[in-house]
Design a protein around this ligand. Structure first.
Ligand SMILES: Cc1cc2nc3c(=O)[nH]c(=O)nc-3n(C[C@H](O)[C@H](O)[C@H](O)COP(=O)(O)OP(=O)(O)OC[C@H]3O[C@@H](n4cnc5c(N)ncnc54)[C@H](O)[C@@H]3O)c2cc1C
Length: 557
């Protein structure tokens, strides 16, 4: 893990590098030209220039050994600059992941040292034309080549699709089926029979190089099989999902905030109907504040998960999925709202919010789509529901009620309502066997993510009040604002869980007319409605904080 001072210095260097090399005009130009600035990517990864990839590499291989929290902070900052460039750095990290978790000591030394010392760019080749979300449908093969009764190498045949850094990497980790199952191989660019296509013409992240790869009888020596034992590929890919999804979560968070941080100052200056837009409640409470609350809820979850991974709690794949789902959906919604917030200007290239909106769109697709995240979350938490005989979310709710007893103003009571209701919905779904409907299962994934983030944000607000936030935690908001943000988000989460939960469980035939009133009472719907009291004044307060102005009793019409 990095010392806090080192992290701060790295973030500062990153900001200065971006200011010098990637000013707004350059970003607009490169985006319009659909060009990956290879010199900039190389300088970012070069050890004698910015050397950002050193943060990801363990110290024993010449890196700085950044922990999960460090990586989250750096990824958020990179995304605030440009998500295409950030993706290029991420691709090297993803590409080296199977090596970090599964390689032999010799392989680790070879490849990780080359990334640290030479700034070698990697690409991660998993997806295929027919195998996207369902990687098990993989068709690329790696046939063992035998000599004197032993495997001396592999012959790789197949195609990969949508590979970030596909046309610019020096080395590729490639997932291919061996007779013992899927396995990772390292293939260097220039290897005979290995080619890549022209870069894709994409909707967004146009500064990143994305290309298809083709393997025609590509021979690699046996020592290019990651870990030396075939059939470990899917486990090696799974082992880091918590971590890598957290990185993409930080991308969604950074890009969402980048968009809002353009809309906020804009609305302070833009005068319409005699006053700045920032003083129009119908503007701020629709286009700004709800997005701030959702992004900060996602941040709370990301920070909590990063801290847990760093303290050795395992790979936390489901938590990584929740973080990615919430942060990237929130980032997309925020960027979309920022276009609206800038009106006609927002719709032009020059103001960059439309670029951010096109860029952040990828975060709900790569590293597992939002729908796959919903499924992952629901399946895992469903098992917890069954194992605890329906008590898992009631227990979480009770913890939040305890928190509320100690901190009355962090919205923990409302977050508890969301968690209790979730437990009731899951139990009803179990009794009526509703998870046989995939839509119900995936909606459960969504409600779970909202309820868990509400809990996380309430805990974060309480820690902030106690002055016990992680030393590297983001401190944009003081504890009063953090509490208000938590109350706003908890109200949204509770209302979403009960309203949509009742709707979809009824839609699937799980709640009949005779039990409707009793079920509504179990969900505590009136309490959730009652909890909405004070929402407008909390939003007014957050608006004042965002625009750095003294709290006012009411906002002008
Ligand atoms: C710009 C870009 C960069 C990328 N970089 C890389 C990279 O570096 N390396 C790499 O290996 N891959 C990369 N990818 C691939 C990316 O991870 C996949 O696109 C993604 O996993 C989705 O796969 P797919 O495109 O085949 O879509 P599909 O899996 O076909 O999904 C299409 C839609 O169906 C939904 N869906 C899929 N399965 C189900 C289901 N079982 N139930 C319900 N809904 C479902 C999905 O959520 C999605 O909405 C990149 C993609 C892009 C666009």
């Amino acid at each position: 893990m990095l010392a806090h001072k080192t992290l701060k210095l790295s973030l500062k260097s990153l900001k200065e590098f971006a200011k010098k090399r990637l000013p707004d005009e350059t970003l607009v130009e490169l985006d319009e030209r659909d060009e990956c600035p290879l010199d900039i990517v190389r300088d970012m990864c070069s050890p004698d220039k910015l050397g950002i990839q050193l943060l990801f590499i363990p110290e024993e291989f010449g890196g700085m050994g950044g922990g999960t929290f460090d990586v989250y902070c750096v990824c958020e900052e990179m995304a605030r600059i440009d998500l295409g460039i950030a993706t290029s750095v991420l691709a090297t990290f993803l590409g080296s992941d199977p090596i970090t978790v599964g390689a032999t000591p010799e392989q680790k030394k070879l490849w990780l040292s080359r990334i640290a010392e030479e700034g070698l760019l990697f690409a991660y080749g998993a997806t295929e034309p027919e195998a996207g979300s369902d990687l098990a449908a993989l068709r690329t093969t790696a046939e063992p080549v035998m000599q004197d009764g032993r495997v001396v190498g592999f012959r790789i045949n197949g195609n990969k699709q949508w590979i970030s850094n596909g046309g610019i990497a020096g080395a590729y980790t490639v997932l291919a089926s061996t007779p013992s199952g899927p396995s990772w191989f390292v293939v260097e660019s220039g290897t005979k029979g290995f080619t890549h296509d022209e870069p894709e013409n994409k909707h967004g992240i146009r500064l990143s190089n994305t290309a298809a790869l083709a393997f025609n009888d590509v021979y690699v020596d046996a020592d290019r099989l990651v870990g030396g034992v075939p059939g470990q590929g899917l486990n090696q890919a799974q082992a880091v999902f918590g971590y890598t999804r957290l990185m993409v979560a930080a991308f969604g968070l950074g890009a969402g905030w980048a968009a809002l941080d353009r809309a906020i100052p804009y609305s302070n200056k833009r005068i319409q109907a005699g006053a700045p837009l920032s003083e129009k409640q119908g503007y701020t409470h629709k286009l700004i504040v709800p997005h701030v609350a959702r992004l900060e809820a996602a941040r709370a979850y990301i920070e909590e998960t990063a801290e847990r991974i760093d303290s050795g709690e395992g790979s936390l794949n489901t938590e990584g999925a929740i973080a990615k789902y919430m942060a990237t959906e929130a980032g997309n919604a925020a960027a979309e709202a920022a276009i609206q917030a800038l009106g006609g200007y927002g719709y032009t290239h020059e103001y960059l919010v439309e670029k951010i909106s096109r860029d952040v769109r990828i975060t709900t697709i790569y590293e597992g789509t939002s729908e796959i995240m919903e499924m992952t979350i629901a399946r895992d938490r469903w098992q917890l529901h069954l194992k605890t005989r329906g008590q898992h979310y009631h227990d979480r709710a009770r913890e939040l009620e305890d928190l509320h007893a100690r901190h009355k103003d962090v919205g923990a009571d409302t977050a508890a309502l969301a968690n209790h209701a979730l437990a009731e919905l899951m139990e009803k779904a179990r009794i009526a066997r509703l998870t046989r409907y995939q839509h119900i299962l995936l909606r459960l994934g969504e409600w779970i993510a909202f309820a868990e983030c509400a809990g996380s944000l309430a805990r974060r607000a309480a820690r902030s009040a106690e002055n016990k936030l992680h030393e590297k935690a983001n401190r944009r908001f003081d504890s009063a604002a953090a509490s208000a943000l938590s109350r706003v988000f908890a109200r949204e989460a509770a209302l979403k869980v009960v309203t949509e939960g009742l709707r979809w469980l009824t839609a699937a035939g799980g709640v009949n007319d005779s039990e409707m009133s009793a079920f509504e009472a179990m969900l505590k719907i009136p309490a959730v409605h009652h909890a909405q009291a004070g929402l407008i004044s909390d939003m007014d307060f957050i608006t004042d904080v965002l625009y750095a102005r003294a709290a006012k009793p009411a906002i002008a019409a």
